[in-house]
Design a protein around this ligand. Structure first.
Ligand SMILES: [Zn+2]
Ligand SMILES: [Zn+2]
Length: 415
């Protein structure tokens, strides 16, 4: 239809989604942090137990050192006193001095030993007690907590969770990237471009609502599973699949750049119907009549809603209806490998229905096999309305007595 082929086209340069950062679950630093967390959680309790043991050893060592110091302080003066007395024997000049000093140091040592001796056992007991307490705490931490509560197993759940999340992201990307194939198989949604001479079928390009950049790769990727930022403005979070609302964005055909405006495009299953027949057999008239009856009679009777792609296409249809009502012949359909289609949706109140592509083919296309083979839409056409004009057949004309001036002559009068 001229309305479809005249749809607005957009020549904005093709853009891309933001590919600067991977999905948070797939980033190396996320996995490294998860691994470090697991290692820290796993090692924390054994390290705490080890620290307790070391603390016990330090306490034990400190007590032992203290005992050694006290022993030295207690009995160390006795040999000093003995040495001084020996010097008093051999040194005539300072005998008195060494003797007095030796006796004094001996008395001091004896006194200190009587003072410090009672401390030895309490210090030793304290050292043993501290070491035993530290050992007990360390044993509790390692045996009851680390082993008993399976911390050595559960601590790795952080890393395992991160790896599972990364795997889930990859699986989700893979599943959602097949959304178009699933919709094509189960719902008959092929994303067929309705423009004349365009044979494109597939996921269209989408336009960023923020900067109007046409994005050719708006789909689930490792850079964005459900949503991704526009690579141009990096502001708008765009849905990556139809399930998340991608179809709400403006769409453009990758092949012919026509805007794909119909609100049911990609949402309703497609139904392709072809009006075929010889030249001047009345295909266009029948097609317009059929759509008009569908809109005026069938749809209201069954509670259906018929909607055209846009106002321009609907106006084109109204003009052709008026043209037909006035008795004027429809313009001859031009030959095309992929004729333009009237695009109209038929929906019930629950939003269920179909997106119809009604093709008006040129009769001359059926005269040669090569041109007919060029009609790719026959591969997925659901129905062909074959229009035959009986009055174009010479045998019928002669039997009916259709005269050269186009008026019927009763057979009885011919006889
Ligand atoms: Zn943008
Ligand atoms: Zn197209």
């Amino acid at each position: 239809m001229s309305s479809v082929s005249a749809s607005q086209t957009n020549s904005v340069a093709l853009g891309s989604i933001d590919r600067s950062e991977l999905n948070v679950c797939l980033r190396p630093r996320t996995l490294i942090r998860a691994a470090l967390t697991s290692v820290i959680v796993c090692a924390a309790v054994p390290i705490a137990a080890l620290i307790c043991l070391i603390a016990g050893c330090i306490a034990l060592g400190a007590c032992l050192i203290l005992i050694v110091v006290l022993v030295a302080a207690s009995y160390g003066f006795v040999p000093v006193g003995g040495v001084l007395l020996a010097l008093a024997i051999f040194n005539q000049e300072r005998r008195e001095l060494f003797a007095v000093s030796g006796i004094g140091v001996g008395i001091l040592g004896f006194h200190l030993s009587t003072v410090f001796s009672p401390w030895f056992n309490p210090i030793r007991d304290t050292a043993n007690l501290a070491f035993a307490a530290c050992q007990q705490v360390a044993d509790f931490l390692y045996t009851d907590i680390f082993v008993g509560l399976y911390i050595y197993v559960w601590s790795w759940s952080v890393l395992l969770g991160a790896l599972l999340a990364a795997a889930a992201v990859l699986v989700t990307v893979w599943v959602l990237s097949h959304e178009a194939q699933i919709k094509r198989t189960l719902l008959r949604i092929r994303y067929t471009c309705p423009a004349a001479d365009c044979t494109y079928q597939g996921v269209p390009y989408f336009r960023c609502p923020e900067c109007s950049t046409v994005l050719g790769d708006l789909k689930p990727t490792i850079f964005g599973v459900l949503h991704v930022r526009c690579g141009q403005c990096r502001e708008h979070l765009l849905p990556t699949c139809d399930l998340m609302g991608r179809l709400q964005l403006e769409k453009q055909c990758p092949q012919c750049s026509v805007d794909l405006e119909h609100p049911a495009f990609g949402r309703l299953g497609e139904m392709h119907v072809v009006f075929a027949g010889a030249s001047s057999s009345g295909k266009s008239n029948l097609m317009i009549s059929a759509i008009r009856d569908l809109e005026r009679a069938v749809a209201p009777a069954y509670g259906l809603r018929v909607q055209f792609t846009n106002d321009a296409e609907e106006q084109e249809f109204r003009n052709r209806c008026a043209q037909m009502d006035e008795g004027r012949v429809q313009e001859k359909t031009t030959s095309s490998a992929n004729p333009a289609a009237f695009n109209l949706s038929i929906e019930n109140r629950r939003g269920k229905g179909a997106l119809m592509y009604v093709y008006d083919t040129d009769g001359s296309d059926f005269e040669t096999e090569d041109r007919l083979l060029g009609h790719a839409f026959h591969e997925y056409t659901k129905g062909i309305v074959l229009v035959i004009d009986p009055f174009a057949e010479r045998g019928v004309v002669s039997k009916l007595g259709l005269s050269g001036n186009g008026k019927l002559t009763p057979v009885s009068r011919q006889r």
